[in-house]
Design a protein around this ligand. Structure first.
Ligand SMILES: *Cc1c(COP(=O)(O)O)cnc(C)c1O
Length: 401
């Protein structure tokens, strides 16, 4: 065959086939979820509200130790409902860490309220409670139990701390500060399902908390989220608003403008199956984190976030912090080197005091969030990542310098 020689010549110059992609955080779903969906469909429960959704809400309340859970169509929707339930109104201000996913602040804006951005601390990347206390002391005044922002005159209604990367905030301190100023607290635990704070479940630490079941979170319901609360009144309010604020189902009367935010039954079926796997997922997330830490910590200029003695993180994503001077390359250069080996990694979100979406929002003096944004890189942390794949990531980081 005359073509054979030239074929093999071409083959000889062909680059190595790309190794399979290692993704940042993909869901781990299988037979159990497929069976749960089939059962839901077989039982005639697909899109509507029904017994599977009610069971999922009972499972959630039981697993996360709250009196009530209201499943929602997304974590963002759940945040919107939670903020509405605690009484955030148009014109109010809500205190939000600058280093978080944009949805945290978007939910505030949906209500016509505005975020005020505060800095995070460098050890865990969480809302800096010292700065929070200082900000309220300096920048607010209280009259008749109403806390107002000096610069804008807006009523500060709530604090919205975020359990960043799955590490819970120091909620006892935040609760005390909130009490002193008459503020509500909503816990954004979207990344922290299964994490604990002094033995208590993340999501249950404030009067209202929020989980996300987006595909990249610890457990998924094919999208979705939940409001967790100890208050029957807040749960009822959230459920009412999520159901188009329907006050009479038969006559279809609506007392106010609500939202279509309920989770579907099919999604609830997936969520129930995933919830049963949560403990196994948490073990795996911790194993992934511990192996990265064990095999990378000796590298100069590369560090990890700490885990507080009072906390157990969900280790949603493992992030490394890169000091480019000592490590040799920047976090973004490292990201490119990993991408060349078909490994997905991601920096943090642009700090929200810099976001065009929230231009004009007030912000405290913010430095640490900027530093972490510049220096951090999140590594592949999917529950199903194999030892071999994680070994590839570690090898690629070690040889990137
Ligand atoms: C994912 C996430 C959300 C939003 O959840 P969705 O289910 O994607 O709407 C909110 N806050 C934080 C901190 C998140 O990570």
């Amino acid at each position: 065959m005359s073509g054979a020689a030239s074929d093999s010549a071409v083959e000889g110059s062909r680059p190595e086939p790309a190794p399979p992609r290692v993704s940042l955080a993909v869901p781990s779903v299988g037979q159990a979820e497929a069976e749960a969906v089939a059962e839901a469909i077989g039982g005639g429960w697909v899109a509507g509200v029904g017994p599977i959704l009610a069971a999922f809400e009972r499972d959630l309340a039981s697993r996360f130790s709250t009196e009530h859970a209201v499943a929602a169509s997304s974590g963002t929707a759940a945040l919107h409902l939670a903020l509405a339930a605690v009484g955030v109104k148009a014109g109010d201000a809500v205190l939000v860490p600058s280093l978080t996913f944009v949805a945290t602040a978007n939910a505030v804006r949906y209500l016509g309220a505005v975020p005020i951005f505060l800095d995070v601390e460098p050890e865990f990347g969480l809302l800096d409670v010292g700065r929070l206390r200082h900000f309220l002391f300096r920048e607010s005044w209280i009259l008749g139990g109403v806390c107002r922002h000096r610069a804008t005159g807006r009523r500060i209604r709530a604090i919205l701390p975020v359990d960043l990367l799955g590490h819970p905030v120091d909620m006892d301190v935040i609760t005390e500060i909130a009490r002193e100023h008459g503020l509500a607290v909503v816990e954004d635990a979207a990344e922290a399902a299964g994490a604990t704070y002094k033995g208590r479940a993340a999501g249950s630490l404030a009067e209202v908390g929020v989980l996300s079941f987006n595909g990249n979170k610890i457990i998924t319901a094919g999208g979705g989220g939940a409001v967790l609360t100890h208050s029957a009144a807040f749960a009822e309010r959230a459920r009412f608003l999520a159901t188009q604020a329907r006050s009479d189902a038969v006559e279809s009367r609506h007392a106010e403008v609500g939202f279509n935010y309920r989770l579907s039954s099919v999604q609830a079926a997936i969520g129930r199956a995933q919830l049963m796997k949560l403990d196994g997922f948490l073990d795996q997330k911790r194993r992934i984190h511990d192996r990265y830490a064990a095999e990378l910590s000796d590298l100069p200029g590369l560090g990890f976030f700490a885990e507080a003695s009072w906390a157990r993180s969900s280790f949603w994503l493992t992030c490394v912090r890169i000091d480019p001077g000592r490590f040799g390359v920047s976090s973004r250069e490292l990201m490119k080197r990993l991408e060349e080996r078909n490994i997905e990694s991601r920096p943090f979100w642009e700090p929200l005091h810099r976001s065009k979406a929230h231009a004009g929002a007030a912000a405290d003096d913010i430095r640490v969030a900027d530093e972490l944004w510049e220096q951090c890189l999140c590594l592949p942390s999917s529950v199903a990542v194999t030892d071999e794949e994680q070994g590839r990531v570690i090898g690629a980081i070690r040889s990137a310098r």
